[in-house]
Design a protein around this ligand. Sequence first.
Ligand code: ATP
Ligand code: MG
Ligand code: MG
Ligand code: MG
Length: 435
Amino acid sequence: MRRSRYFLPTLKETPAEAQIVSHRLMLRAGLVRQHAAGIYNWLPMGYRVLDNIKRIVEQEQDRTGAIEILMPTIQSAEFWKESGRYEDYGREMLRITDRHEREMLYGPTNEEAVTDIVRQTVKSYKDLPLNLYHIQWKFRDEVRPRFGVMRGREFLMKDGYSFDLDEEAGRRAYHKMFVSYLKTFQRLGLKAIPMRAETGPIGGNLSHEFLILAETGESQVFCHRSLLEKSIPEDVDYDADLEPVVADWTGVYAATDEMHDAAKEAELGDDLITARGIEVGHIFFFNTKYSAPMKAEVVGPDGATGPLYMGSYGIGVSRLVGAIIEASHDEAGIIWPESVAPFRVGLINLKVGDAATDNAAGDLYRRLQAAGVTVLYDDRDERAGVKFADMDLIGLPWQVIVGPKGVAAGQVEVKNRRTGEREEMPLAGVVARFA
Ligand code: ATP
Ligand code: MG
Ligand code: MG
Ligand code: MG
């Protein structure tokens, strides 16, 4: 993409309404613009990041055997009356009446909707296990939308739902999701810590939240220091029993405010971390809470009919854009992890109008693209200082800087945005370096 023809409205000034760094940077780097309170337009760069996150979430879900579908944003109140949540959900639910006076709502979550699909289609234990997920916009009429996309009213969520014959199989499904969440957040460059959590309006008794530590987090969290050093191997076998992996993580102390235990914390001494956290994911196992009232039942191998055992699994896809920035930035701007960066390389032409520099930069631009490298080419007729500041602000992982002196010597400069390291390298070697 040529910067001169792109739609990337960056801001020099810090917008006054933004209280936290990720919100400020998202506005300044031209990722989003507010439409109304808690409702955002995604501009091209922000949309690319959102899409990259979405793709990683999909890949990691698919690996577990979960299957992607797409359910509507607008739901019928009828299903929520069946589950008993229509009244309970309260004012966070945006209720809508259509022209025929039918009660509708903008979905805040999809347990009822997906249970309705499954009860219509799944009749036998032979159709199980089943895990259906979608990535769809949600609406929750938050009392205090704030921090940009971090607490929006409209936000993008991955929500998945598992269906099993009995409690034991349901727990296996929960363990798969637990592990796949660790992998997903790891690929996004985040250290997300699973913590025992309250289940809230979703219900059930087994639940973990995944939180990343950040000063601006809205949750108070407590955990053992060692959890920050833990990681999950790349090649998880989802057919294996994952209970030991889950036990290994949950055996170490970690709890949110609502669940914490002061006595256990006192025992940890210096190993205790008390911090703020951002909730980026939340998983629940709730047995037959929805399947029983909604009559989602199957015939088991013994010929007896019984309700399905269900879990639900959410990831805050749009919140993650803000959360990744909270975890990865410096005074100059955003530092995107390679896995989600809107472009991998920012190519800077230091002297637009100088034929040799234009040729060298233009040629690199074409060759990088041909090699499948995503490039944002700053071909604007601007001062070098402006271009450097802008490139640091938008946070692409690599900068390739082409100037007249370098070109004369057949050299360019390559800068790593994260470390700040700069390296001279031959023009001829650049494509091979990134391809
Ligand atoms: P919170 O505690 O932040 O209000 P929640 O516990 O109500 O979140 P869940 O019902 O667990 O949210 O939804 C799953 C995920 O969706 C959350 O872990 C979070 O990442 C994301 N999410 C929830 N509410 C919002 C919101 N208002 N804006 C952006 N993302 C959200
Ligand atoms: Mg909430
Ligand atoms: Mg919560
Ligand atoms: Mg939650």
